[in-house]
Design a binder for this molecule. Structure first.
Ligand code: BTN
Length: 319
């Protein structure tokens, strides 16, 4: 896809982030092809977002210190993608980014739109579970995708997101994360991230998918089964770094088709589940067997006493 332009505030911020010296309003206007009024409005918006922009008399604008929290313009300015995360919608607090993204998708939001929140009051997990996270510590985002694909293949998008996230986390933290079928990221036996993909479409094809991703970056719920990346590395982890690397990796995978064999191979390389004896629980039903493989659409192929079974959803327990 051809690159989408940065919005004005993100453009101004990108220039200021890249400059040690103050930059004049005129220079910002010239470099971005904007009027001085548009620059002034962009500066006002950046300040509203909490960025400390100083106006130095006769010299121009500069950032007073590195930005602390996240905001729409900061993320947009740092994104290395062409289309994923453009537009990027940021909420300080919302009920659920998946709920909001589904509503936006149903109203026609573009392929690649990302909705993120610093805090969710009704974050949702799979199987009607809650997704809990304190404010300002973690990543909670939902990605609207409209790939040309059959509805039965939508799970490839969950797998693609899992691979992209695992690559980003490992690259930035030095941890070795694993993908647990169907949609969790684990590290050292503990859950660090979950993905909830919701879709709409007809027999002819997928209309849209919302891929919701929650990552325990600097805080984890009080559960024996969960951990945060900071807890595992022993130091605070940069949310923005994980986010931008994740979106860049995911864009690259989606740009390749997304190619089912590429996704499957990369997913298998990082699998936590395959080759192990597992129990799959799905709405009261329980199947035990050896996790043999996953197919191109992400279904788990389980070798059971009754023969090979193709499992499309459920919770996996080892042993
Ligand atoms: C799971 O492990 O059950 C999936 C959890 C998915 C949580 C994310 S957080 C961002 C997005 N918005 C939601 O309400 N849920 C997903």
């Amino acid at each position: 896809m051809s690159p989408r332009p940065l919005d004005t505030s993100a453009g101004v911020l990108r220039i200021l982030l890249g400059s040690d010296e103050p930059v004049s309003g005129q220079e910002l206007a010239d470099r971005l092809g904007l009027s001085r009024t548009a620059v002034w409005k962009a500066v006002a918006r950046l300040r509203e977002e909490g960025l400390a922009l100083e106006a130095m008399k006769g010299r121009g604008y500069r950032l007073a210190g590195a930005p602390t929290g996240l905001s729409a313009s900061l993320v947009s300015a740092r994104l290395e993608t062409d289309w994923l995360g453009r537009p990027f919608v940021f909420h300080r607090e919302i009920d659920s980014t998946n709920r909001a993204a589904k509503e936006m998708a149903a109203r026609g939001a573009d392929h690649g739109t990302v909705v993120m929140a610093d805090m969710q009051t009704a974050g949702r997990g799979r199987m009607d579970r809650q997704w809990l996270s304190p404010a300002g510590a973690n990543l909670m985002l939902s990605i609207i995708l409209r790939p040309d694909m059959e509805i039965a293949s939508f799970f490839r998008l969950t797998m693609a997101a899992g691979v992209a996230l695992s690559q980003a986390v490992d690259g930035l933290t030095g941890l070795e994360t694993k993908l647990k079928w169907p949609n969790d990221l684990y590290c050292q036996g503990l859950k660090v991230s979950g993905i909830l993909t919701e879709i709409s479409g007809q027999a002819q094809g997928l209309d849209w998918a919302v891929v919701g991703v929650g990552v325990n970056v600097n805080a984890a719920p009080d559960l024996d089964t969960a951990a945060s990346l900071a807890g595992l590395t022993g130091g605070a982890v940069n949310r923005l770094g994980i986010l931008t690397a994740f979106l860049a990796n995911l864009e690259e995978i989606v740009d390749q088709g997304p190619d089912p064999e590429f996704i499957r191979t990369n997913w298998l390389e990082r699998s936590h589940t395959l080759g192990k004896k597992v129990k799959v629980l799905d709405r009261g039903r329980e199947v035990t067997g050896l996790a043999r493989d996953i197919d191109r659409d992400g279904a788990l192929l389980l070798e059971t006493e009754q023969g090979l079974q193709r499992i499309i959803c459920g919770d996996v327990e080892l042993g």
